[in-house]
Design a protein. Structure first.
Lengths: 428, 310
């Protein structure tokens, strides 16, 4: 199998490349990059006017398999992923059963090898059943190839437990990904605490519930010497704490999600449950702080926190509706629209946030496009003006706040391990 | 002349000043109907109004029922214990069933904030919010404002204090939106834990002193203290509340002589208000009940008109 990509603007953040060139893909690898390649290939893609990115790496995805295949499956999520240009993703362990043992990892790996249409990597839980008490067999997880542990969806309340987990993670060179939330301060809320919760007559989730945990967890990681990754940063105080930690050379990385810079708390006011996620949409100054942090390097990663839920769990009273939204199909479009079209960041930075940086954090040999690299590629038409309709969603669940929203920049071809796996254009 | 075009009345937050005034002036003309020998007009003849109540309520439901009947509508009451309705599909499914029965209006009371908004999104027929969680209770605020207007003529510039559990009160929120839109100066008064966060950004002043809430006020709206609700241990016990926040004759001595005392009912005598004040010359509590009918007639009439002209 060979593919020749003609005249695309190659962005390789790893090697700081930004140039128009031809790329020859052969046997799953980048065979050659040159100004003009005249070699014959089985497929030729005219990428004139398009941006050629290393395949996107989404390090925060809820596959729902095993246990809730009515919401999403490995097959449906990965199909949605490649449509969005995502060629690698990290599956969160909060499934039923929870991925909290080497055995559970093996079972999941088997299912992935059968049905996944993209590269799927697995995060293990920090504690048994994600209950926050008993640390899992971290060495055992590592032996199965797991690189990240997280109790995502919950925070580890017990500092001693988290400390031990961090020490274990350090020992085995693994990343501890933290969902930072002090549940007591979240007050069973469903929107940002403040004017928004007051206007809506709902319990509010305070920003303290997030940033106090960010502060605590970074301090614990620092003591243990472990690499901590802060999931879904939503507020300006968390950004400040992370910025300061980085200045102090603490080994911390952080991610945010497209909704935390594309939307804000006013979008939730008419009780649309597709605007309900945890952490909640915050204020405009938080959005501004997140954008700045994405531009200046404080936040390293944009991840989707793809969280499928059925209509039955979303089309109900706001306070009872499930938290979370899907995002695999819109992540790139929303990021390009909000950050690149507004000239806040460059394509290099887009490629870092969506591919090179998460790849680096996960220790993957991905996120770069040089000769000999894996041929995972997203070819993006930066000028395409489009909107995702509910009907077109490939995820099993349709809970997106971006349905029908105009976006600029769309994945037109996705190449996975040297094979063209997605295309929304007529091929040449 | 402002025209009414909305199919629903979900709250006062998203209603313009002009639309609020339109409801008030429409209610003005309907008030007279209830004083007639035959208390009925044919405005809604052939229409069906369904009262869908997921929370116990007597006065609001009866008020809507009487309002609909005085407009000659047919009225069906559905009372559902919330405890048996854990899942929201039931609300949407019930709404769709009521629509399939060719009803014209659903009047809904629900313990979840936003329930009326959600219902209105899923049905094509009209929805009137009769109270949703802590969010809004628009017809209560409208009848409060209507009563004030009848007593004092103009809302603009009035000083109105709302005393009680502001955090968990839909009556407070709707009153705040309505009164501030019409130009009143609103003060909310409660123990600190019963003041919702950043409420001052809704355009009100906040005080924790009942005396300062009463001083210079033209009217005070005393909310029912709902000790049975999930406010839980958030506030002082009943007796302590009475000592610190109740509106009593003693406290009124320092207030304006003709201060208007309102209460959405039902009253907890001896908790948020003393009997002497509730029954006293400044109290308009029963007039509020009477005015509620005119307001609800106006609302039912206007939304039905809007649907007809669509």
């Amino acid at each position: 199998m060979s593919i020749l990509i003609k005249r695309g603007q190659l962005i390789d953040p790893h090697n700081k490349v930004d140039k128009v060139c031809d790329i020859l893909v052969e046997k799953g690898k980048i065979k050659r990059i040159a100004k003009t390649i005249s070699a014959k290939a089985q497929q030729v893609i005219d990428a004139n006017g398009c941006v050629v990115l290393p395949g996107l790496v989404d390090m925060h995805v809820h596959l729902r398999e095993p246990g809730r295949e009515d919401k999403e499956t490995i097959a449906s999520a990965t199909r949605a992923a490649i449509k969005g240009g995502v060629t690698s993703l990290l599956a969160m362990p909060n499934t039923t059963p929870c991925i909290d043992s080497p055995q559970a990892v093996s079972v999941l790996q088997k299912a992935i090898s059968k049905t996944a249409k993209a590269h799927v990597f697995i995060a293990g839980a920090i504690t048994r059943g994600r209950k926050g008490h008993e640390i899992v067999d971290i060495a055992g997880l590592k032996a199965k190839g797991v690189m990240v542990v997280t109790d995502d969806g919950s925070s580890v309340d017990d500092e001693k437990v988290l400390m031990q987990a961090m020490q274990q993670a350090k020992k085995h060179s693994m990343v501890v990904m933290c969902h930072c939330e002090d549940a007591a301060l979240s007050d069973e809320g469903s929107v940002n605490r403040g004017l928004t919760s007051t206007r809506m007559g709902l319990r509010g989730i305070s920003k303290e519930s997030e940033f106090k945990r960010v502060e605590r967890d970074i301090a614990i990681a620092n003591k243990a010497g472990a690499h901590i990754h802060i999931a879904h940063v939503s507020c300006k105080e968390s950004v400040e704490i992370i910025r300061k930690a980085k200045k102090n050379r603490i080994q911390v990385t952080a991610e945010t999600c497209p909704h935390y810079f594309a939307l804000s708390e006013t979008d939730v006011l008419d009780f649309d449950t597709n605007m309900k996620m945890n952490p909640p949409l915050r204020g405009t100054e938080d959005v501004a702080a997140i954008k700045k942090a994405l531009a200046d390097g404080t936040i390293d990663v944009v991840a989707s926190d793809h969280a499928p839920h059925t209509d039955n769990e979303k089309d109900i009273e706001f306070e009872r509706a499930a938290f979370g939204i899907i995002g695999l199909e819109t992540g790139l479009g929303v990021t390009v629209t909000e950050l690149l079209q507004t000239r806040l960041i460059s394509w290099q930075r887009i490629a870092e946030l969506l591919s090179a940086n998460p790849a680096k954090i996960l220790g993957l040999n991905k996120g770069s496009l040089a000769q000999g690299d894996d041929a995972d590629i997203a070819i993006v038409d930066p000028h395409q003006d489009w909107a995702l309709t509910k009907k077109e969603i490939l995820s099993k669940s349709k809970n997106s706040p971006f349905i029908n929203r105009r976006l600029k920049g769309r994945t037109v071809y996705t190449i996975l391990a040297g094979k063209l796996v997605y295309s929304c254009r007529e091929q040449a | 002349m402002t025209k009414w075009r909305q199919k629903d009345l979900l709250g006062l937050e998203n209603l313009s000043k002009e639309h609020i005034e339109l409801i008030l002036s429409t209610a003005e003309s309907f008030k007279e109907v209830s004083t007639r020998g035959i208390k009925k007009v044919p405005a809604l003849r052939g229409k069906t109004v369904v009262n869908l109540f997921y929370e116990p309520s007597t006065r609001t439901r009866v008020s809507f029922e009487i309002a609909a009947k005085r407009l000659s509508a047919d009225v069906i009451n559905i009372a559902t214990e919330t405890s048996s309705v854990k899942k929201g599909e039931t609300l949407i499914d019930t709404g769709l069933s009521i629509q399939a029965l060719k009803a014209d209006v659903i009047v809904v009371r629900h313990n979840a904030s936003g329930a009326a908004t959600m219902l209105a999104r899923h049905v094509d027929i009209s929805v009137v919010n009769a109270g949703d969680g802590w969010h809004e209770h628009p017809t209560q605020a409208l009848l409060d404002i209507f009563t004030l207007k009848q007593k004092l003529g103009n809302i603009k510039g009035l000083r109105v204090s709302i005393v009680g559990d502001i955090a968990h009160s839909r009556v407070a929120r709707s009153n705040i939106w309505g009164l501030t839109k019409l130009g009143a100066k609103v003060t909310v008064c409660a123990p600190e834990l019963l003041i919702p966060p950043e409420v001052e950004k809704m355009g009100v002043s906040v005080t924790h002193s009942i005396d300062s809430a009463l001083a210079n006020a033209d009217a005070v709206n005393v909310l029912r203290m709902q000790f049975e609700r999930d406010a839980g241990a958030a506030f002082p016990k009943q007796l302590e509340y009475f000592r610190n926040f109740a509106v009593t004759e003693e406290r009124l001595k320092k207030a304006k002589k003709d201060i208007i005392i309102m209460h959405p009912g039902p009253i907890n005598r001896g908790i948020e208000i003393s009997s002497a004040v509730a029954d006293g010359k400044n109290s308009v509590i029963l007039e509020q009940v009477t005015n509620g009918i005119a307001i609800r007639m106006a609302v039912l009439f206007l939304i039905s008109q809007a649907r007809r002209t669509q």
